[in-house]
Design a binder for this molecule. Structure first.
Ligand code: NAD
Ligand code: LMR
Length: 325
């Protein structure tokens, strides 16, 4: 039976041939929630699409070559952007800003023109800055809707769930953790106070591990890249939640990095629990109650997040659109 019109979900992955792009595309191809999957990259996307198209699932997969960006995003309801350079040992995410801000900017221009109503999920780092770049770029084109632009910080939640479950010997599927703030080091603020079984020492160790888990993977991969498989998993979890909300499912809450003047007046973008809906952000939930330790973590997060966010806003505001953009 063909899916009904209301259940059609067109997802585009930009950067689909990369370390994240490939496994993310595989997970999306295997989901009954996706009916059309457009894969774009500056190299290799048609090959990835040909490979995935042999999997018997409803999603129709098409790969687009470098010069076919417009066709790739045309009509997409959800666009995921993992395109960008990953870290090497010794680098911070902020070191990726110069390279990746331009990539996100260019891809966002195309989405703004050819899929102006699409929900956009930015994965490319530094997320704290690339999301504001995308926001200001969309604003220049005249199609910015804060409810439709997300930084995907689900990997922090996924890690928090895995590490807390391990520490407390719980089934990870039964563990839910909110992670607020941003997606870099001390801007990542896991809220572990809802687990009274954790000692304060465990909370501190787990907090540090969640904040610097990305470095753990970068170090282990020894120069060949950063987290790809766990990010693909996290990105697919976020995408499935978003697609369910788009089709009308209620009560879906995810921690995401969104424009948000409710939580922290000094940070225009802030990750927090968000109820998803047919238009993207349905509602930013009230700030969870923080204990003294979490409050301290937040106080450390805010100035760094303010700066990283501001850097993205500044570049986005300065960006110049050429006549054909
Ligand atoms: P990768 O180098 O393996 O893949 C990136 C892909 O992007 C490549 O295939 C490349 O050809 C493509 N690309 C580059 N410029 C492009 C453009 N203009 N248009 C389309 N495609 C383009 O890197 P990766 O490991 O997949 O990581 C990608 C990004 O995701 C990095 O910036 C990384 O830091 C980030 N990341 C974010 C999170 C998160 O939690 N948000 C987690 C892990 C990694
Ligand atoms: C992560 O958290 O794993 C990603 O942001 C990639 C990185 O550079 O650490």
């Amino acid at each position: 039976m063909r899916p009904s019109r209301s259940l059609l979900s067109r997802v585009a992955v930009l950067g689909a041939a990369g370390g994240i792009g490939q496994p993310l595309s595989l997970l999306l191809k295997c989901s009954p929630l996706v009916t059309k999957l457009s894969l774009y990259d500056i190299r290799g996307a048609p090959g990835v699409a040909a490979d995935l198209s042999h999997i018997p699932s409803p999603a129709e997969v098409t790969g687009y070559a470098a010069e076919e960006l417009e066709e790739a995003v045309n009509g997409a309801e959800l666009v995921l952007i993992p395109a960008g350079i990953p870290r090497k040992p010794g680098m911070t995410r902020d070191d990726l800003f110069n390279a990746n801000a331009g990539i996100v900017r260019d891809l966002t221009v195309a989405v703004g023109h050819h899929a102006p109503k699409a929900i956009i999920g930015v994965i490319a780092n530094p997320v704290n800055s690339t999301v504001p770049v995308a926001a200001e770029t969309l604003r220049k084109i005249g199609v910015y809707d804060p409810a439709r632009l997300f930084g995907i910080t689900t990997l922090d939640v996924v890690r928090a769930r895995a590490f807390v479950a391990e520490a407390l010997r719980l089934n990870p599927y039964d563990v839910d953790v909110s992670v607020i703030g941003g997606h870099s080091g001390k801007t990542i603020v896991p809220l572990l106070s809802r687990f009274p079984a954790l000692s304060q020492e465990q909370v501190q160790q787990l907090t540090h591990r969640i904040q610097f888990a990305g470095d753990e993977v970068v170090k282990a991969k020894a120069g060949t890249g950063s987290a790809t498989l766990s990010m693909a998993y996290a990105g697919s979890e976020w995408t499935f939640a978003m697609l369910k909300a788009l089709r009308g499912d209620k009560g879906i809450v995810e921690c995401c990095y969104v424009e948000n003047d409710l939580q922290q007046p000094s940070c225009r973008f802030f990750a927090c629990p968000v109820e998803l809906g047919k238009g993207g952000v349905e509602r930013v939930l009230p700030m969870p109650e923080l204990n003294v330790y979490e409050q301290q973590l937040l106080e450390t997060c805010i100035p760094a997040l303010h700066d990283e966010c501001g850097k993205g806003i500044e570049l986005g505001v300065k960006t110049h659109l050429t006549p054909d953009e």
